[in-house]
Design a protein around this ligand. Structure first.
Ligand code: NAD
Length: 255
C-alpha cells in the first residue's frame, strides 16, 4: 500500500474533500492527523477511521490555519503523535457569495486569511520541520478551477485560489532541492457541505451538471484520489503542478 505507515496531515479534515482524504489515506495504511477549526468534526472523522477495518490510525486536532501558534501546535503535535511527517494536505477553506461592490473588507480579509495565508502557514511550519530533520515530504494544496478563471460574486475566493496556484509554484521552486514536492489540485464543483446548498435547487443542480463535460458534478473521492496520487512517494518528479480534476469544466465552453 502506497501510504503504509506514512504520516498524513490534513487541514479542514473534518468535512468534505479533507475528510475523504483522511479516510482514503487511512484505508491505505496511513497515520492521519485530522485538523479542523471544528474539533468535533475532526474527532468524528478520527473515530470513523478508528472503527475501520484495522488499517491506519488517526488523531484529531483543533487547528485555526490563520493563527501561526495554532498551526505550529498542529504540526508539532502531529509529529509527536504520529512519529513522523510525510504529507501535508491543505484543504481548509471558505468562500463568500457576494458581489465585488458589496464585499466588505472584513469578509475579503477572512477569505484570504483562511484560503491563502491558511495554506502558507501550515506549509511553512511543515517544511521547516522536515528540513530541520533532513527528511523529504510532500505538500498538496487545494486550489480550484477558480484559481484559473473567475466566476461572479466570488472576488476574494477567486483571488485567494489564484494566490494558492502562485504559492504552490513558489514553494515548489524553493523547496525542490530539499526533497519537498509541492503540487495543487483544481477541482470542479464537488458535492460537499460547502456547496450543498446548490444541490437543494433543481435548476442550479442541472446547471452545475451542464458546465462539466462529463455531465455530472464531482464527489469528494474524485478529488481525494488525485490528492493521494500527488502525495505518493512513487510520484517523485512532479512538483509545482496544478492538476485539474474538473470533469472537463475548464476544457472549453459547451455550445
Ligand atoms: N467543494 C467544491 O466544489 C470545491 C471546489 C474547488 C475547491 N474546493 C476547495 O477544497 C477545499 C475543501 O472544500 P470542501 O468543499 O471540502 O469544504 P467543506 O466546507 O466541506 O470543508 C472545509 C473545512 O475547513 C474547515 N475550516 C474552515 N476554516 C478553517 C480554519 N480557519 N482553520 C481550520 N479549518 C478550517 C471547516 O471547519 C471545514 O471542516 C477548500 O479549500 C475549497 O475551497 C472545493
Amino acid at each position: 500500500m502506497r501510504y503504509q505507515d506514512r504520516a498524513v496531515l490534513v487541514t479542514g479534515g473534518g468535512s468534505g474533500i479533507g475528510r475523504q482524504v483522511c479516510l482514503m489515506a487511512a484505508a491505505e495504511g496511513a497515520r492521519v492527523a485530522v485538523g479542523d477549526l471544528d474539533l468535533e468534526r475532526a474527532e468524528t472523522v478520527a473515530a470513523e477511521i478508528g472503527q475501520g477495518k484495522g488499517k491506519g490510525e488517526a488523531q484529531a486536532f483543533r487547528i485555526d490555519v490563520t493563527e501561526p501558534a495554532s498551526v505550529n501546535a498542529f504540526v508539532e503535535g502531529a509529529e509527536t503523535t504520529l512519529g513522523r511527517l510525510d504529507v501535508l494536505v491543505n484543504s481548509a477553506g471558505i468562500r463568500e457569495i457576494v458581489s465585488v461592490l458589496d464585499l466588505s473588507p472584513e469578509e475579503w480579509q477572512r477569505v484570504i486569511a483562511v484560503n491563502l495565508t491558511g495554506t502558507f502557514l501550515p506549509s511553512q511550519a511543515f517544511a521547516r520541520r522536515l528540513i530541520a530533520a533532513g527528511k523529504p515530504g510532500q505538500i498538496v494544496n487545494l486550489a480550484s478551477t477558480l484559481g484559473i478563471m473567475a466566476a461572479p460574486n466570488r472576488a476574494a475566493y477567486v483571488a485567494s485560489k489564484h494566490g494558492v496556484v502562485g504559492l504552490t509554484k513558489e514553494m515548489a521552486l524553493e523547496l525542490g532541492e530539499k526533497g519537498i514536492r509541492v503540487n495543487a489540485v483544481a477541482p470542479g464543483v464537488i458535492r460537499t457541505p460547502m456547496t450543498e446548498r446548490y444541490f437543494q435547487d433543481p435548476e442550479m443542480s442541472a446547471t452545475i451538471r451542464g458546465i462539466h463535460a462529463m455531465n455530472r458534478w464531482g464527489e469528494p473521492a474524485d478529488i481525494a484520489r488525485a490528492i493521494l496520487f500527488l502525495g505518493a512517494e512513487e510520484n517523485g518528479f512532479m512538483t509545482g503542478s496544478l492538476l485539474t480534476v474538473d470533469g472537463g469544466w475548464t476544457t472549453g465552453k459547451k455550445m
